[in-house]
Design a protein around this ligand. Structure first.
Ligand SMILES: Nc1nc2c(ncn2[C@@H]2O[C@H](COP(=O)(O)OP(=O)(O)OP(=O)(O)O)[C@@H](O)[C@H]2O)c(=O)[nH]1
Length: 514
């Protein structure tokens, strides 16, 4: 129905739909925000844990590195003290060799122990072999001790052993003559393979790193990279360019210059030695494990969102159907009411004249009779009959007969309009007027007016037995000035009929009161 778009129900419907939609959008945004916030904070927690783990790991391997170098340091100190007391002449060589051999055997990190004289010549080695013409005066550590009268241990960059070809870290100490002049060097070499092995024990991801560096940024060993990164200088990396200048240990988060992988780093500087250890966790791997942890949560959130939307859709559908039903019911009700009105009027009105029909007349008379009884008021009835109407029909035909009845009906209706009266078509060419609350005089007056008004219509009727030449009425009047309780109104009708009969008999076109 076109008017339903602007009806209150339709407005209510669109209002409800809008509220429901707003509710759904709000809930969806809330679920997304809560999920987003939860995921974001869980990622931050994951990164924090990663940083803590990296730092703890770097501290743990720094202690291990410290122990590794301290053991070699103490061994070298002991050897230095013995050489400085007993010298390294040919009579000492056997003793020193045995000593070096047994010391090496106790320390798994050691590749070898060596003693060189002030010219760099090999004096004693832990494995007893001395290559012909061997001279280590060209080594960086030898030159260092030659130049620096310092009794502390020196840790050099990674070199390849001249005795075995292995990659080694040289740890060395200067030997002095009693006068303090340079006497030679005692050297302990640590196998890179030792760190490879130790760092291999840690259960780490493929791209997680563990690195040992000199504090000038030189890589000594770094897993999982191959040996080509050894001795590479990292002094330009943020760790050495500023982080280590600010604190001896900490965490950082940056992209490696070695392989471009972003890592969470934990770093620690060793207390006794110029060394730095770094543990790095692959951030992408962390992201993956965070994501797999959160996957179930994300799936559940998505399901929750879908369920909310589905429920919302169902509720909206329900509301729509409900309102649709209501609208349809209202329409049906309106139609029924309209039909009832039509039926009612059809049931109570006369189709030809539009006056009250016989049924309404009966109902009205019954009702007014009771009212008059209880209020002790007068009630009058006028029975009206068109004179010689059969002849009128015979002369002019039924259609004009109908017109005539309609005009008489309209005239009677106009006359009664001012008084509390009901004008009805009693049947055929007979009319009736019920008049309540008025004396019989009023009924007579009304009857006289009706006689005059219909005659004044001047509807030609030359054959009428009234002799008026026009259509006239005969009226029977009766009035019951105070109907007694228990009386029936049938008496009123009988009496009015009798009066009408008399009016006809007395020559028509008149009113008779009984
Ligand atoms: N045109 C028309 N005629 C009607 C209608 N209802 C009744 N009549 C006619 O009214 C006439 C009534 O005739 P009668 O009852 O013999 O009485 P009358 O001819 O009026 O004679 P009196 O009553 O004695 O004056 C009949 O011929 C009916 O056919 C109607 O609705 N239309």
């Amino acid at each position: 129905m076109p008017h339903s778009h602007s009806s209150p129900s339709a407005m209510l419907k669109s209002g409800l739909r809008r509220s429901m939609l707003l509710f759904l959008i709000t809930i969806s945004i809330a679920v997304l925000l809560v999920s987003g916030w939860t995921m974001w904070s869980s990622w931050n927690r994951m990164v924090e844990h990663g940083q803590m783990d990296a730092r703890n790991l770097s501290q743990s391997i720094s202690r291990q590195a410290e122990d590794t170098f301290l053991q070699v340091d103490l061994t070298l100190q002991d050897l230095r003290d013995r050489v400085e007391i007993n010298g390294m002449g040919s009579e000492q060589k056997d003793y020193l060799q045995t000593l070096l051999q047994s010391r090496k055997a106790t320390l798994p990190q050691l590749h070898g122990l060596f003693i060189y004289d002030y010219k760099g010549s090999w004096i004693v080695t832990s494995d007893g072999k001395i290559p012909a013409q061997a001279n280590n005066a060209d080594r960086e550590y030898f030159k260092f001790h030659q130049r620096n009268n310092d009794n502390r241990v020196h840790i050099g960059k990674v070199i390849r052993s001249r005795s075995t070809g292995d990659l080694i870290i040289p740890v060395s100490m200067r030997l002095n003559n009693p006068d303090g002049s340079f006497h030679g060097v005692v050297l302990g070499t640590i196998r890179i393979d030792f760190f490879r092995q130790v760092y291999g024990y840690y259960n780490l991801g493929d791209r997680d790193t563990l690195s040992l560096l000199l504090s000038d940024g030189t890589i000594l060993y770094s897993r999982p990279f191959d040996d080509s990164v050894i001795n590479r200088n990292m002094s330009q990396a943020p760790l050495f360019s500023h982080l280590l200048k600010a604190a001896s240990s900490g965490t950082a988060d940056y992209r490696s210059t070695l392989d471009g992988v972003e890592r969470i780093l934990g770093y620690t500087t060793l207390k006794r030695y110029p060394l730095v250890v770094v543990a790095g966790f692959d951030k992408q791997e962390l992201l993956k494990s965070w994501f797999s942890d959160l996957l179930i949560y994300a799936v559940l959130s998505a399901i929750l969102l879908m369920v909310i939307c589905l429920l919302g859709y169902m509720v909206m559908r329900h509301i729509r159907l409900n309102l649709q039903n209501q609208i349809e019911l209202t329409q049906v009700r309106d139609q029924l009411t309209a039909m009832n009105h039509t039926l009612q009027s059809l049931a109570l009105l006369d189709g030809l004249t539009g006056l009250a029909n016989r049924r309404q007349f009966d109902l009205f008379l019954q009702q007014q009779w009771k009212r008059a009884q209880s209020l002790k008021q007068p009630i009058s009835l006028l029975m009206i009959d068109v004179d010689s109407f059969k002849l009128f029909n015979d002369n002019f035909g039924h259609q004009l007969g109908d017109d005539c009845l309609r005009r008489i009906a309209a005239t009677l209706s106009n006359l009664a309009a001012s008084s509390e009266a009901l004008v009805a078509r009693y049947g055929g060419e007979e009319f009736a007027i019920v008049l309540t609350g008025q004396e019989s005089r009023s009924a007579n007056t009304l009857a006289q007016k009706a006689l005059e008004a219909v005659q004044a219509l001047a509807i030609s009727h030359p054959t009428s037995l009234s002799g008026a030449g026009v259509v006239t009425l005969s009226i029977g009047i009766t009035t019951n000035s105070q109907p007694a309780a228990g009386d029936s109104y049938d008496g009123l009708i009988t009496s009015a009929d009798a009066a009408l009969y008399q009016a006809k008999n007395q020559g028509r076109n008149r009113a008779v009161v009984l």
